[in-house]
Design a protein around this ligand. Structure first.
Ligand SMILES: NC(=O)c1ccc[n+]([C@@H]2O[C@H](COP(=O)([O-])OP(=O)(O)OC[C@H]3O[C@@H](n4cnc5c(N)ncnc54)[C@H](O)[C@@H]3O)[C@@H](O)[C@H]2O)c1
Ligand SMILES: [Zn+2]
Length: 278
């Protein structure tokens, strides 16, 4: 930035996947204590998740996303045509987050995703447009109500307590989307065991994941106990306690008093992970 003579009036443009948009956001947030930035996400995950909400994070040798900032872009520009070159594995990562958005906020959105499943797989940009727009809006509305994550924004972590733990237990050998997909299935079952979610709704979650071709079994070789141990490393923990954001219905997060997250007994987590072993 210095070499290029960037002053307070410079604008950072982040064109690429979530790694790029996060880095662009972080640079913009910290250069001269904050300059403007525009994000042009080109991966599905960056379009519906990383580029929306003003959070940026970069990985350091001590852990993922330990350094970052809150800094809103002045604009986010999305062109679904870019998805035509995105590998399937990367598409799955974004799809898993779109399913998450539907599950926490809008059962219609889930239905629309399922109806369009085939066109989406074929990379039909016209089919993607409205679905991406809806997904972005869901995240943006939640962020708007709780920009700095003191409460409701935690619902965006649905499926991610188990998801992050699976990623860490697999030493990041599987994709984030794969882990989140399994996390959504696992956390739906956890919610059912705690009496928050009906068995029919658990089934709907599982059917949605399979219709969209997303995985829901624990990756080969991972033990439930090692996944449970990895949940304790989740940075969303509070006073050393692991917190889960669970569903109360399709499109409806559960809330306990003023709390959007809750603790889950270890034996419930282990029992559910055992059910999901391959
Ligand atoms: N800030 C947030 O709120 C937030 C939320 C979710 C994820 N993230 C971050 O986002 C990152 C993951 O984002 P990602 O999944 O986009 O990963 P990524 O940026 O690594 O992109 C995935 C791969 O796809 C390639 N790619 C991107 N667009 C392409 C296109 N149109 N055609 C072909 N290839 C393309 C990239 O070069 C890369 O190899 C992580 O670092 C994560 O921490 C941030
Ligand atoms: Zn995620």
């Amino acid at each position: 930035m210095a070499d290029r003579g960037a002053g307070r009036d410079a604008v950072v443009v982040g064109l690429g996947g979530g790694v790029t948009t996060d880095l662009a956001g972080f640079v913009a947030a910290t250069w001269m204590r904050g300059i403007a930035h525009v994000l042009v996400p080109t991966s599905l995950l960056a379009m519906v998740d990383a580029a929306v909400g003003g959070k940026s994070g970069v990985d350091v040798p001590w852990g993922k996303n330990l350094v970052g900032a809150f800094h809103q872009p002045v604009a986010v520009v999305v062109d679904p045509e870019t998805l035509s070159t995105l590998p399937d594995r990367e598409l799955d990562c974004g799809l898993a987050e779109m399913v998450k958005h539907a599950l926490i906020a809008d059962s219609n959105h889930l239905q629309e995703l399922l109806s369009a499943a085939e066109e989406l797989r074929e990379g039909d940009a016209a089919a993607w447009g409205p679905l991406i727009t809806r997904s972005i809006r869901i995240k943006a509305e939640i962020v708007h109500r709780d920009e700095f994550e003191v409460g409701e924004r935690a619902v965006l972590n649905t499926g991610h307590t188990i998801g992050h733990a699976i990623e860490a237990a697999a030493r990041y050998g599987i994709s984030h989307g794969h882990a989140v997909s399994v996390g959504l299935a696992a956390e739906a079952r956890i919610a059912a065991r705690l009496g928050l979610l009906s068995d029919e709704d658990v089934q709907r979650v599982e059917e949605a994941l399979s219709t969209l071709g997303l995985p829901q079994t624990v990756p080969e070789g991972l033990e439930p106990t090692s996944i449970l141990a990895a949940t304790r490393l989740d940075k969303k923990g509070r006073a050393g306690q692991v917190r889960y954001s669970l569903l109360a219905g399709i499109g409806r997060p559960s809330k306990q008093g003023v709390e959007w997250t809750r603790e889950v007994p270890d034996d419930v987590v282990i029992a559910v992970l055992e059910e999901l072993l391959p």
